[in-house]
Design a protein. Structure first.
Length: 135
C-alpha cells in the first residue's frame, strides 16, 4: 500500500544500489492498495508484524524487492534489491518485531511500471510475499 515516513536519514550505499537508502524513525502503511501510480515521490510497500520471537535469541529478517528492470544513469541495470538484518532479543526486541518494507521513488529512472514484488523472510522462510502493480 501507500507508505508515509518521517525522521529519516540517508545511509551509505551498502547494497550496491546507486542511491543510499533511507532509514526512518516513523514509517507506516497509510492506505491499503495493490495498485500504485508510480512517479517521483511515490512511496509504497508492505507492513508486517512478527510475534513469538522467543525460541532463540537472534533471527535473520531478509527484505527482498523485485521490480521491472531499472536503467541507472551510469548504464547499470538492476531488477532486485535484498537486505538482511538481525531481530530478536539480540537486538533488544521483546519477543516481537514490526516493520514496513517499502520503496521510495526518488529519481525519474526509478519509476518503472509493471509488477513489483515485496517479500519478507524469517530465517530463510517466506512469511510475506505480495505483488503491487505500478502504473
Amino acid at each position: 500500500g501507500h507508505v508515509t515516513l518521517s525522521g529519516c536519514v540517508r545511509l551509505k550505499d551498502e547494497d550496491g544500489y546507486i542511491i543510499g537508502r533511507l532509514e526512518c524513525q516513523n514509517i507506516a502503511v497509510t492506505k491499503e492498495s495493490d495498485t500504485i501510480n508510480i512517479e517521483v515521490g511515490s512511496n509504497f510497500g508492505v507492513g508486517y508484524e512478527i510475534s513469538n520471537l522467543t525460541e532463540k535469541s537472534c533471527y535473520v529478517i531478509t527484505h527482498k524487492v523485485k521490480f521491472p528492470e531499472m536503467l541507472f544513469p551510469n548504464g547499470e541495470r538492476q531488477s532486485n534489491s535484498t537486505q538482511s538484518f538481525n531481530v530478536g532479543f539480540c537486538e533488544g526486541d521483546k519477543g516481537s518485531y514490526s516493520d514496513v518494507l517499502s520503496w521510495v521513488i526518488e529519481k525519474e529512472w526509478e519509476a518503472v511500471k509493471g509488477v513489483w514484488n515485496f517479500e519478507v523472510l524469517l530465517d530463510g522462510d517466506t512469511i510475506l510475499n505480495q505483488n503491487m502493480l505500478a502504473m
